[in-house]
Design a protein around this ligand. Structure first.
Ligand SMILES: NC(=O)CC[C@H](N)C(=O)O
Length: 208
């Protein structure tokens, strides 16, 4: 049966995710479809959910105001679903925030402690070419964007595997039980490079 990926479309960089997921699906003819998610009924049709970057306080607040917070909690805690949070999406998924914000009602899923805006303000945002070949075969040169990005300060459980850390040791990509992916950076802004999204589809959506 066709697998469906939902991209949470309350705020932030959701169109970019949709575009790259669709390109990867078209290229490889995967039996997968993509849709944006704004309502509980749209969410109910999905097998996987991508929570984009943007502003975690805003995403959390809109989810609460629109009644989507509980359906999102139910979805992400369902062991048959897979989830990927980028940047603000990672913050929204995290169990603990070191700089606590009363405006972020987290989905309390990913067993990590995250520090928001860990690299400073917008002006301190940067682009980095990363060697992801330890988890994405052959992917030695992937350009990602860190935009007011969080870092993962601590992993709080053996269930969480560190996928990637920067040279200074800052953890920026983790996977929990092969079901939940969290990245501090934006791979969806990477000049139409579909390799990261392709890997997500293969590994997390199709379970290849
Ligand atoms: N690019 C991003 O998603 C930035 C995240 C933002 N700093 C937050 O706290 O939500």
């Amino acid at each position: 049966m066709t697998k469906k990926i939902g991209v949470l479309a309350l705020q932030g960089a959701f169109i970019e995710h949709v575009t790259l997921l669709k390109r990867a699906i078209d290229k490889h003819n995967y039996d997968v479809s993509v849709t944006t998610v704004k309502t509980a009924s749209q969410l109910a049709e999905c097998d996987s959910l991508v929570i984009p970057g943007g502003e975690s306080t805003t995403i959390s607040l809109i989810a609460k105001r629109t009644g989507l917070l509980q359906p999102l909690l139910d979805f992400v805690h369902d062991p048959s679903k897979t989830v990927w949070g980028t940047c603000a999406g990672l913050i929204f998924l995290a169990e603990k925030l070191s700089n606590e914000s009363k405006f972020v009602d987290s989905l309390d899923l990913l067993k990590v402690r995250v520090r928001r805006n860990a690299f400073g303000r917008q002006a301190e945002s940067f682009i980095q070419t990363c060697d992801f070949s330890s988890f994405i075969p052959g992917c030695t040169d992937f350009q990602v964007f860190f935009i007011r990005a969080p870092i993962i300060e601590n992993v709080l459980s053996n269930d969480v595997e560190v996928l990637f850390a920067l040279d200074d040791g800052s953890i920026v990509a983790v996977s929990q039980q092969g079901r939940i992916l969290g990245t501090s950076f934006h791979p969806e802004l990477s000049d139409n490079d579909i390799r990261f999204h392709d890997w997500f589809i293969q590994k997390y959506v199709l379970g290849l």
